[in-house]
Design a protein. Structure first.
Lengths: 451, 361
């Protein structure tokens, strides 16, 4: 099952929350946007996606929840929201004698799935029979016959008869000998009234114990309408999702089921007859996020939390050790905060209108250059940037080695000095940067910061 | 197909242009007011004060008019900064595009494709004079730049037949997309255009696939070349071509087994079939109901065997229709036909202009 991409995006979001020093609006919006995007790409219904992001934002913006609490709550929220998107687990309970009718769109994999289930249940001691009622598609009966032979179960088919009702009559008594009857029907579009009428007729005649909808994993935004229509017409008992072995994430099918309250019983994961699994939402989400349960997830938040990072920084400052690498991580952190915007906005005389729109982009590309410049430095230079100013040949060497200019490196050094000075301010040493501190910073460095 | 998308897009364009006109009117007033005040020197401070005054006046006006929502008022304030620059800014564009984005996503256009439309539009529109922007026209261009009109299918084949015979068409796609049904429709279409056809049953994997294509061959009275289940699909294709050469048949249609694009061994198999049969046309058969994965599917098939074109099946099921845009974007290949039903005649030639027209643009 290829779900890495969706899992990655959600994990990245959780990691960002965990590592962030401040959960400000900009950061939250960014995370929500990433999760939104990944869910949309997984074909989750758009309305659901937006509703979910609103709920995340609501908690995130709530000023009354603070610090670690907020992080925990957010992670739990994301976890629970996605779990609820997947729906609840429900097992398919078989009685002593059970009949199940399968229906779905064309080419969704009804016949293959039936054969898989036949094998699944006959292995578990059931006497299984297949009933073929797909009289529309050429060779559908042959397909069921061949699949039944592979699964070593009996198939009741009629290659000539065109009326499924007559086929039902024909085999009515013969089928009574079996514990489990799996009924194959023709593919149909849930929006086609004629075909829905037909399946209703079959349903009335067969009175199956269960009606199961088959849906392919790669179905897009149509998933919702289709499942709704089938649900309306027949009250579906559950769903089996096929083609879960592809690159699609099954988001459309899965969430459509959760929304129409139809549980997902099984997922099909390949072309071979044994490739069918029961669907476990909790295990599914754990696989998606690549970690154990929620508890361990929350613990991860606590341990990997930024507190330690802030602490480390504090200690370094107290020791008077503030290197270029620290500068870099600080700058990165500040960029995330959108602090350039904030700082600029607070400096009197610098109205928004005067700040070029591409400033942040420029800053980012500058950061990239700085990063490579720092990588080109020796350990000694990183720890004591002062020596660069004394021995300018070093700057030339670094510029050459990192494909940057000496001007850029000088600028980096200037920023370093500036920030080192800034770090001397009270608030920051305590690990708190609030609006006031920023204002103080802005006042102190008015006119000194140039972008 | 495309019914709902069309309606929504129309609404969106209407709304957006309404917004635009709403915003235009107060702007004119502002300009007039400015003139009447006749500022001698445009020192920035004075202008700022004036701006405030004018802003207040506008707000009053609006309250009197009582027609605009609070949201729009705040927009007005923002756009007020743009008195001096009546150009579409990036922010304004983002705002306008948000609505369109949602509509496209709801209509099954893959996220990547939506971003492409957005880039296209933003490149064309940002910095332009707001008055000059024809939203409908730009949107039409944006979508139009993604879709490619197919060449005339029959002419293409007939042209090629003058040089080389037979014309070989390979159809591939993922499981259950409707390859066999579509091949029967294609065979029917070719026959109607007085081309002789034979089928090669190269799906030797799926149960009853050979029986299925056999039924179609009998119905349409065309020869079928088949082998046993489990035999090499490339050799079935090759034999189809040999048969066509011997019997001077114009077109060979090769039906292949459905394969998931992420199954490396099956993708190697299709590459081998291509190598052996050297098809003149490689058609990817996609479903119009597929969501975002359509991009991944079409892309992988295109990367591995360099497709000639695409057919989208089940277009009658999907009232949304965004998949056409997604698939065309990622492969940059034309969509040849749309499959629109269970009968042999249910094959529609894809027409980009018709589609755009259907969208109501």
């Amino acid at each position: 099952m290829v779900l890495e991409k969706l899992g990655e995006a959600i994990n990245a979001g959780i990691k960002k929350i965990t590592n962030a020093i401040f959960l400000d609006k900009k950061l939250i919006d960014g995370i929500v946007r990433d999760i939104q995007r990944s869910l949309i790409e997984a074909d989750v219904n758009i309305e659901l996606v937006f509703a979910l992001s609103e709920r995340i934002k609501k908690v995130a913006y709530d000023e009354s929840i603070k610090g670690i609490d907020k992080k925990e709550q957010l992670v739990k929220l994301i976890h629970d929201e996605i779990l609820s998107l997947l729906g609840k687990k429900k097992e398919l309970k078989l009685h002593k004698k059970t009949s199940i009718m399968f229906l779905g769109l064309y080419g969704s994999g009804k016949t293959t799935t039936i054969a898989k289930l036949a094998l699944h249940y006959s292995k578990r001691g059931r006497k299984v029979a297949l009933l073929g009622l797909d009289t529309d598609r050429p060779a559908a009966m042959d397909q069921l016959e061949q699949m039944a032979a592979k699964a070593k179960v009996q198939a009741f088919i009629d290659k000539v008869e065109k009326d499924p009702l007559k086929i039902i009559k024909k085999y009515e008594s013969a089928l009574k000998k079996y514990d489990l009857v799996l009924i194959d029907t023709a593919g149909r579009d849930g929006l086609n009234k004629e075909l829905i009428k037909q399946i209703k007729k079959l349903d009335k005649e067969l009175k199956p114990d269960y009606r199961i909808l088959i849906m392919p994993a790669d179905i897009g935004q149509v998933a919702k309408t289709q499942s709704e229509e089938f649900q309306k017409a027949l009250s579906i008992d559950g769903v089996i999702i096929t083609r879960m072995d592809g690159t699609s994430k099954g988001g459309g099918a899965l969430t459509a089921c959760a929304e129409t309250k139809a549980p997902v019983f099984f997922i099909g994961t390949g072309e071979q007859l044994h490739e069918i699994e029961t669907f476990e939402p909790v295990a599914f989400i754990n696989r998606l996020l690549g970690m154990g349960d929620l508890q361990s997830l929350l613990e991860k938040v606590k341990s990997a939390s930024s507190e330690s990072e802030t602490k480390r920084m504090e200690d370094r400052l107290k020791e008077g050790k503030f290197t270029l690498l620290d500068l870099y991580s600080q700058l990165e952190q500040m960029n995330k905060m959108g602090s350039i915007d904030k700082l600029v906005g607070m400096i009197p005389g610098m109205s928004e209108a005067k700040v070029p729109k591409d400033l942040l982009d420029k800053q980012e590309s500058k950061m990239k250059h700085w990063k490579s410049a720092i990588s080109s430095m020796t350990e000694k230079e990183i720890e004591n940037p002062q020596i660069l100013e004394k021995e300018t040949s070093r700057i030339k060497r670094i510029a050459k080695g990192s494909n940057t200019t000496t001007t850029e490196i000088r600028e980096l050094l200037k920023q370093y000095k500036l920030l080192k000075e800034m770090m001397g301010l009270d608030g920051i040493q305590e690990g708190k940067i609030d609006q006031k501190t920023i204002q103080k910073m802005a006042k102190k460095f008015k006119g000194k910061i140039k972008f | 197909m495309f019914g709902s998308l069309k309606e929504k897009l129309k609404n969106w364009i209407k709304k957006s242009s309404e917004k635009n006109t709403l915003e235009k009117t107060p702007k004119k007033e502002i300009i007039k007011k400015e003139k009447s005040k006749k500022t001698p020197k445009k020192s920035s401070k004075k202008i700022k004060k004036e701006e405030k005054k004018i802003k207040e006046e506008i707000l009053e006006d609006e309250i009197i008019e009582n027609t605009q929502t609070i949201e729009e008022k705040s927009k007005e304030k923002k756009s007020f900064f743009g008195v001096f620059k009546r150009f579409l800014t990036e922010e304004k564009f983002e705002e306008l595009f948000k609505g369109l984005e949602l509509i496209l996503l709801q209509n099954n256009v893959a996220y990547e494709a939506v971003q492409a439309v957005r880039d296209e539009l933003s490149n064309n529109l940002i910095g332009k004079n707001i008055k000059e922007i024809d939203l409908a026209e730009e949107l039409k261009k944006g979508i139009g730049s993604i879709l490619i009109n197919p060449p005339n299918f029959i002419d293409e084949i007939k042209g090629s037949l003058e040089v080389k015979s037979p014309f070989v068409i390979l159809v591939c796609g993922i499981n259950g997309s409707g390859k066999t049904t579509t091949i029967a429709k294609l065979a029917n279409y070719l026959q109607k255009n007085s081309l002789s056809v034979c089928l090669a049953a190269a799906d030797t994997f799926r149960a009853a696939s050979i029986e299925q294509i056999e039924v179609h061959a009998t119905n349409l009275k065309i020869p079928l070349i088949k082998k046993d289940y489990g035999s090499d699909p490339a050799s079935v294709g090759f034999e189809g071509i040999t048969y066509a050469k011997k019997n001077s048949i114009d077109v060979v249609l090769i039906d292949t087994a459905g394969r998931m694009q992420n199954s490396a061994s099956l993708m190697r198999e299709i590459e081998k079939i291509v190598k052996v049969t050297k098809p003149d046309m490689k058609i990817y058969l996609g479903e119009s109901i597929t969501g975002n994965d359509a991009i991944e599917q079409a892309k992988t098939f295109n990367d591995s065997i360099n497709l000639t074109g695409i057919i989208l099946s089940k277009a009658d099921v999907d009232e949304k229709g965004g998949t056409a845009i997604s698939v065309a974007l990622v492969t940059k290949k034309p969509i040849l036909f749309l499959g629109t039903g269970q009968n042999y005649e249910d094959l529609e030639i894809f027409d980009k202009d018709k589609l755009i027209e259907k969208l109501g643009l």
